[in-house]
Design a protein around this ligand. Structure first.
Ligand SMILES: Cc1cc2nc3c(=O)[nH]c(=O)nc-3n(C[C@H](O)[C@H](O)[C@H](O)COP(=O)(O)O)c2cc1C
Length: 335
């Protein structure tokens, strides 16, 4: 008996639903080969940042987001040299060219812009390189306290509308979880032209060093518990938004990928676990997923997708409130 894991994401036919998301691994051609050998059915390249193009400001990105010693928990063997990561437009275009000619899976480029003009111009440039789809990495922290939620949301929608008009390729939008009404926002993003939503971007939280009295950025790889937030929203959004859903954050094992699939993910993405355990992790998770589905009587991953989403719940609001009360009252003190 075999199981059909084929998945359609952003209109692309994938061999299965486990996709390496943007990380230093997909930014290096040797690791791209390893990922494809391990079974990657598609690749999301690291983001090209507008600042890198405009000012070659690689240092800005890393000093904001990553601490010099922020990777202590990753085995050095799988962590590419970060000097080679997000190095600017020429290297990025070369990476696309090599990936497109050397491996036979769809290549999804990722863009993180600042100005609307920048987003659209580079979306077109990337599209001209023969990528199969584009992911917009909308990593934004609204620190302007005079900006209303409507203004912020409008800026996301205008971005998606403008990029949508600028190119014909399938478009995914990677969003964070910090909207007052994620469901409504998700619908508006789909209406604006997103073919897929990637939920959720991880926002790296800075810390304060009490010795130096400085704000210290650091990057910690994810923990599987972070998947819970993603599961909730996959379950709410599945069947209610007219676009694909990619799960990212906390998928480390087959069980995590299965939960995301059952909640409604079209594809499940991995970065931290691949950085921690190496590219072969992807094949292990795919095999574990296939085995569980077979053992539980499924014929395909499509059949399992969304079977535990909220589509089956008459009033998700009441369900959420009841679950909240049950969770709090079920706690048993241990002292
Ligand atoms: C070192 C590192 C670099 C990353 N670079 C990018 C990037 O360039 N663009 C992007 O959209 N996400 C980037 N991510 C986020 C991942 O693609 C992913 O969404 C996030 O880590 C959550 O998934 P995980 O739990 O599997 O790590 C990066 C993550 C890590 C750990």
């Amino acid at each position: 008996m075999s199981i059909d894991l084929t998945t359609r994401y952003l209109g692309l036919e994938l061999a299965h639903p486990l996709v390496p998301s943007a990380s230093p691994l997909t930014g290096d051609i040797d690791h791209i080969h390893e990922l494809v050998e391990a079974g990657a059915p598609a690749l999301v390249l690291p983001s090209l940042f507008e600042e890198q193009i405009e000012h070659d400001a690689l240092a800005i990105h890393f000093s904001l987001e990553m601490g010099a010693d922020g990777f202590g928990e990753a085995p050095a063997g799988f962590f590419p040299d970060l000097d080679d990561y997000n190095t600017g437009p020429e290297d990025y275009l070369e990476l696309i060219r090599r990936a497109k000619t050397e491996v036979d899976v769809p290549v999804i480029a990722s863009l993180n812009g600042v100005s609307t003009g920048g987003w659209t111009l580079y979306a077109r440039i990337l599209a001209d390189q023969g990528i199969d789809a584009l992911e917009l990495n909308t990593y934004r922290i609204t620190s302007d306290i005079t900006a209303s939620s409507e203004e912020v949301e409008r800026s996301y929608l205008e971005l998606v509308e403008t990029v949508r008009k600028a190119m014909d390729l399938p478009l995914a939008v990677k969003i964070g979880p910090y909207f007052s009404s994620i469901g409504h926002m998700a619908r508006r993003l789909a209406d604006a032209g997103a073919d897929g939503l990637v939920v959720f971007n991880r926002f790296y939280q800075p810390d304060i060093d009490l010795e130096t009295l400085r704000v210290v950025p650091n990057l910690v790889l994810s923990d599987p518990n972070e998947l819970r937030l993603v599961l909730r929203w996959l379950a709410i959004l599945h069947g209610k938004v007219a676009c694909d859903l990619a799960a990212t954050s906390g998928i480390h094992e087959a069980a995590d990928a299965l939960k995301a699939l059952l909640a409604g993910a079209t594809v499940t993405m991995m970065a931290s676990a691949l950085l921690r355990y190496g590219p072969t992790r992807l094949g292990e998770v795919r095999d574990g997923l296939a085995e569980w589905l077979l053992d539980h009587g499924y014929e395909s991953s499509d059949q399992a997708r969304g079977s535990l989403s909220y589509s089956a719940v008459a009033d998700p609001g009441v369900f959420e409130r009841t679950s909240y009360m049950k969770t709090l009252t079920s706690y048993v003190p241990t002292w």
